[in-house]
Design a protein around this ligand. Sequence first.
Ligand code: CDP
Length: 219
Amino acid sequence: MNNRLVIAVDGPAGAGKSTIAKKIAKILNIEYIDTGAMYRALTLKILKSNIKVNDIKEILKLMESTSISFKENHIYLDEMKVDTEIRKNIINNNVSCIAKIKEVREKMVEMQRRLSESNNVIMDGRDIATVVLPNANYKFFITASVEERARRRYKELLEKDNKDITYEQVLDEIKIRDKIDSTREIAPLKVTADAYVVDTTNMTIDQCVDKIISIIEGR
Ligand code: CDP
């Protein structure tokens, strides 16, 4: 690990991980890697190619000819910027089916380790502390009640593409995704013994950021 600063952030959907991780990256002047965006980009390509989310053979074939990369905090799928497209609800509702495929995870983990190899990084996802960066200097598990997470996601979706979705629908979708992510066979979402758990249900983003920064700075 040398003298690098490596921070792992995990947690369920809508807990605020990526907003918090992005802010911390800026404050500490380190690189931010959004691993969820990578699974989302692959899901986008699969859906666009009309491949069924359970057709593992076709998915693996497609993955061979897919490039996913980050440039200046934007994500590119086959050299096209896809930041907005990967946040659509159709991706929310399909990504966990893709992310539970063993071979997909192996390839993603390899890419994620490579991306973090020579930099100070903060990386967020579901298996960062458990699988991708088990030797991270700091591990945070960011969570919130499922109702609060659904409220946040609902608000986000209303601001974007989805005007006719209901809160109850979003709550159900988040519950389904939580279940798939935490019960899957490979790299399920779980808290490690050495992680700091931050429950953001009654906290603002800035309060969470302050708390994490104070832990890192040993205040
Ligand atoms: O933003 P949100 O919390 O909704 O999700 P995300 O972090 O963008 O991740 C989307 C999905 O990708 C998750 O629900 C997981 O199924 C999968 N994922 C994963 O399996 N492993 C990771 N390291 C990151 C995401």
